[in-house]
Design a protein around this ligand. Structure first.
Ligand code: SF4
Length: 165
């Protein structure tokens, strides 16, 4: 069976910085959950951060790639550098994906860990920029296909292809 890695908050788990969730009611995701195909991950918890926790953004409008190149940091809204937790959480997510031979992930859009098309610019003013989070960057560099919760149909089409004998 092909497994899919999914952001824990999209499954209704209250793991976001403010202890909320972002449950997705997408039919296909529900079907995957019922079929036991979903492996949940919250990289920020896996990296040792608590719930609740201060909101964090990648500073200076940089993206996940710059964090891995050590030219950008993830900073929370108290001014703490939480880069090490984001890196270790991303590495844990990758290990989990590799353990289950996962090729496809559905990760929460906009997050400094999980964002796949956009993130926030580090100003904590709600400014969106094109870019991807720290975990998404690592998973993509490892060859995984990462989709947001808005692109579950595309992910399902790819999964069908991968499952062809
Ligand atoms: Fe959701 Fe990812 Fe943020 Fe965890 S790190 S709360 S899974 S968006």
């Amino acid at each position: 069976m092909a497994y899919i890695l999914v952001s824990s908050c999209l499954l209704g788990n209250p793991v976001r910085y403010d202890a909320s969730h972002k449950r997705s009611h997408h039919d296909t995701l529900q079907r995957w959950v019922a079929a036991g195909k979903v492996i949940a991950v919250c990289p920020e918890l896996a990296g040792g951060l608590p719930v609740p926790r201060p909101a964090a953004e990648i500073a200076q409008a940089a993206g996940g790639k710059a964090v891995w190149l050590r030219t950008a940091h993830v900073i929370d809204n108290h001014g703490e550098d939480v880069t090490p937790a984001f890196i270790s959480g991303a590495e844990a997510a990758l290990r989990l994906a590799q353990k289950f031979h996962i090729r496809i992930a559905i990760l929460k859009e906009g997050s400094p860990s999980c964002g796949s098309s956009h993130i926030y610019d580090g100003s904590f003013r709600g400014n969106k920029i094109a870019g991807q989070g720290v975990t998404t960057t690592l998973l993509r560099e490892a060859g995984m296909q990462v989709f947001s919760e808005d692109k579950i149909d595309e992910a399902a089409a790819l999964l069908l292809q991968l499952e062809q004998p």
